[in-house]
Design a protein around this ligand. Sequence first.
Ligand SMILES: [Zn+2]
Length: 327
Amino acid sequence: MPQNNEHLKVVVGVEVGGSKIRTGLCREGLKITRPLKLSTKSERGAAAVVGRIARAVRDAVDEADLALDDVRAVGVGVPGIVDADTGSVICAPSLRWDDVPLRQQLEKELGLPVFMENVGNLATLAAYMVELKSKPATVQGIFVGTGINGGLVYQGEIYRGVNRSAGEVGHMVVAVGGAKCCCGNKGCLDALAGRNALNERIREAIKNGEPTVLTDLLDGDMKRIRTSDLRKALRAGDPLVEACVKESARFLGIAVGNIVNLIHPEVIVLGGDMMEAVSDKMFPIIQETARKYAMPGSFDECRLQLSVLGDNAGVIGAVILARQMTA
Ligand SMILES: [Zn+2]
């Protein structure tokens, strides 16, 4: 059982993503110092990833010339459905996790109090606390990275729904019978608009003989197309990458239109590293498509806002969670 650390100020926030584990340390306020990244390596299995999360926390603390004894608590954002009462991750499709007792394992490894939440919920909460000065009553967040995370904040608090999966826009079906998703379903937004999906479309097109500057840029190795490569290709006016990015944006626009019809939030926050990197191409198409799919006249009353928290949104949300739970 972790000791009582309530007198300490330092908290560590962790975002577990499909490809990266991000950590950040926070002394006071919500400014993250020394954000660090470690690859997730989910293919090695849950136990290995838990070990890597613990390592990422230790590294963040060590980088700040502190010790684990100086830390009050750790907040962790996970891309899946989390049972905060039992400390288990019920399912996290992108990590291929089912019933992983993450909190107990991390508390055992670190000897610190650990709190967990869905990472999309945390990122939306972070955007609400840091970026939305008007404190709107209803905010939906959509975060586009390797996959797509989402969350819903209602009256300043995370809205989880009955089975804790509310706000999971990544698994909203936007193309019936569409591409297979990591959750087992077909046509989910995650499977069509995230970076993995986008890269898959680009690779497929290259196989079919379509030219792109990426072939030269990556020296023929198309396994890892990074967001910065997409940016470079767009700057070079690459028609293939531009068409693929626009297609992702159209799927995001359909999701936004559906969200407006279902809950009509005052604000929909669009964030994540991919969104931030190519927002100039995506944002107008998302807007235009959402207007088409929302009920006539309803879209204009909903504000679409780009988050500039970038990679840090989930980590900041995890810091907020750790603070709230130990206040
Ligand atoms: Zn899905």
